[in-house]
Design a protein around this ligand. Sequence first.
Ligand code: GUN
Ligand code: ZN
Length: 460
Amino acid sequence: MTIAPTSDARVVYRARAYDAPEDPFTTSGPAFRYDDDLGLAVSDDGVITDRGPFASVAASRPDAPVIDLRSGLLLPGLVDTHVHFPQVRVIGALGMPLLEWLERCALPEEERLASTSYAATVAGELVAGLVAAGTTTSLVFGSHFAPAMDALFAEAERFGLRMTSGLVVSDRVLPEPLLTTPERSHDEAVRLAGDWHGRGRLRYAVTPRFALSASDAILAACADVLAAVDGACFTSHVNENNAEVATVADQFPHRDHYVDTYDHHGLLGGCSVLAHNVHPTDAELDVLAARGTAVAYCPTSNAALGSGMFSLRRHVAAGVRVALGSDVGAGTGFSIFKEGLQAYFLQHLLGADGLPLAAGHLLHLSTAAGAAALGLGEVTGDLSPGKQFDAICVRPPVGTALDIGLRHAGSPEEALGKVFALAGDADVADVWVGGDQVASGGFVRPVSRPAPAGRRTPAG
Ligand code: GUN
Ligand code: ZN
């Protein structure tokens, strides 16, 4: 037997652990992995260096302290591929379709982020909300104001979150305080990316709000930013609501379809995520598949705004990547568990048009699929050696329905189903990002490590 050097592990975690690295929509193997007594060795820099039966992982590192998490369930950190920074305070406004909701609820609140102190407070609320929900990696739809974006990046760094975000840009239709020009949007984006992209766990995302509020000139400026910032991502909205789709068709008669309004400018590529896509044509799905662009499926938002029934089946059949997004604040909260459950409900109700989802599918969509959508599949999304230790421990309070359910679950699959049916923020006890513990016993706290002095790799 070879004894690994103790330096490869700061700590060994002992856990009942789930993850779902394989895409269950394209492979025929088991949808998830479960280990009753797993050992995970984690190095000083937060990388999982070994995985296996606890007894052998621990025996190879007799000096490493052991943290026993078996009173809960260990899962990979959750990934939210679409959540709006400035909309934390408008969650829960029900009963309106998209364009009315934007005008009456979302956009007036977004104007308030012109105040940098207001924006900093909201940034704190967003980051705390993400950590409390167990979301360790996110693609955050930003603010229209550059100083607000500085506040968001600073707050994400303070808590060590793995976050991709960018200045939201629009040059028409929206209220005047939210508008910019192609030139200004370019200069502000390049400045923000220069300050934040690749710093620790932060990355920049070029973010036109949606084609409805973006001229060809500002979309071309977005393409220039994307070309100028190595490794930057792209995100926007597409095909969410019938009235929106009709308006975009009127505005862009010279484009093949809504997806083409972005594709024409070369905005769709590896790390690009379009939110919603409730009403795609087959031709649009083909373009998304060809570009490797992912779709953020936002089930609670799609239901709350009455946007429509998302066809997961058509996306999967066309070869389009799909992951989950909370779409806070049209979505009804930060919990990716809840998005998974709502996805399950809707796909079930769609009958033959739906795609039946089991607990393992929900775990994959909530973790590894999100990491892949964000181009972070080599970094996070599951608990394999080589990945960062981004993880959550689900430990429900004693006597709750989830606690009782988990104690009486007949199989790992049944227990995982109960997590998606019942888990909320109160059950996410511990959260780690890159080995740094950012929530403990349900309490969120900044990481103790000093912020990195300079840049590391964009993904790292
Ligand atoms: N389309 C353009 N902006 C938004 C937004 O803030 N939320 C949603 N759900 N769709 C949008
Ligand atoms: Zn959105």
